[in-house]
Design a protein around this ligand. Structure first.
Ligand SMILES: C[S@@+](CC[C@H](N)C(=O)[O-])C[C@H]1O[C@@H](n2cnc3c(N)ncnc32)[C@H](O)[C@@H]1O
Length: 234
């Protein structure tokens, strides 16, 4: 099996394993700040007809798009069927009806869509998991219509030294321990910490967007830079 195929299976399986506890841990471990981050991300989106939500997971960003009337139709892709199954269930249990969300099992780095298929592309906490970030960003650019906007929410690393020290303790000690106990998965939340620390953020991430072809790139650090929203145009 090729390394790429193994990586793809590995990440899908990792999220399949933690899917049942993902939302609760996300909201609990971030003290619900992740909800505010998604809200702000969607607020920065231009309203669009058909949005591609890359790494849709349990669909929190997609649900927020409909809540804020930013999308008429969403196609979500992900490598984890379990994460998407939970997303689908959440959507069907909503008090307000949303019928126009399609979930597709697909790799962000090789999307099964024609060029220029979508009016906007979003991705929340997905890019960090790609085995090749540039491939994922190039695919986002390819499937986006000219003039369309990409909006990405991702963890980043705080610049303030004090915040950084607290962040390090939280991400290397507290979060893996609670994650391991609640999700009963030994590796998943250690992986989260490693994936955040080894990932790029701020100007460095913007450079990747630029290299993929995007222009008018912008970024907004959130909560001392623990997460960052990136926007850019095709
Ligand atoms: C941390 S979750 C984020 C889910 C959701 N967007 C959210 O805001 O909660 C990351 C998701 O990315 C998916 N993922 C990772 N690599 C992927 C890839 N190459 N293609 C598609 N989905 C991928 C995982 O399966 C997982 O559901």
């Amino acid at each position: 099996m090729s390394t790429k195929m193994e990586e793809k299976q590995h990440i899908g399986q990792l999220f399949d394993r933690i899917a049942g506890t993902y939302d609760g841990l996300n909201h609990g471990l971030s003290l619900n700040i992740d909800r505010l981050w998604r809200r702000k991300t969607v607020a920065l989106m231009q309203p669009a007809k058909h949005v591609l939500d890359v790494a849709i997971g349990t669909a929190d960003l997609t649900i927020e798009m409909f809540r804020q009337h930013k999308a008429e139709q969403v196609t979500g892709i992900d490598l984890s069927d379990q994460m998407m199954a939970i997303g689908q269930k959440k959507i069907s249990n909503l008090q307000y009806p949303i019928s126009n969300v399609q979930f597709v099992h697909a790799n962000a780095q090789a999307m099964p869509f024609e060029d220029a298929s979508f009016d906007a592309v979003t991705c929340a906490f997905g890019c960090r998991n790609f085995s090749n970030l540039d491939e994922g960003l190039r695919e986002m650019y390819r499937v986006l219509k000219p003039g369309g906007q990409v909006t990405i929410l991702e963890f980043s690393y705080p610049s303030n030294r004090l915040v950084r020290a607290c962040y390090d303790i939280y991400f290397t000690r507290v979060l893996p321990l609670i994650g391991r106990i609640v999700s009963r998965d030994k590796t998943a939340y250690t992986y989260l910490n490693k994936s955040v620390k080894s990932f790029c953020w701020g100007e460095a991430f913007v450079q990747h967007l630029h290299d993929a072809g995007f222009s008018s790139e912008n970024f907004i650090p959130l909560t001392f830079g623990i997460a960052t929203i990136y926007t850019a145009q095709k």
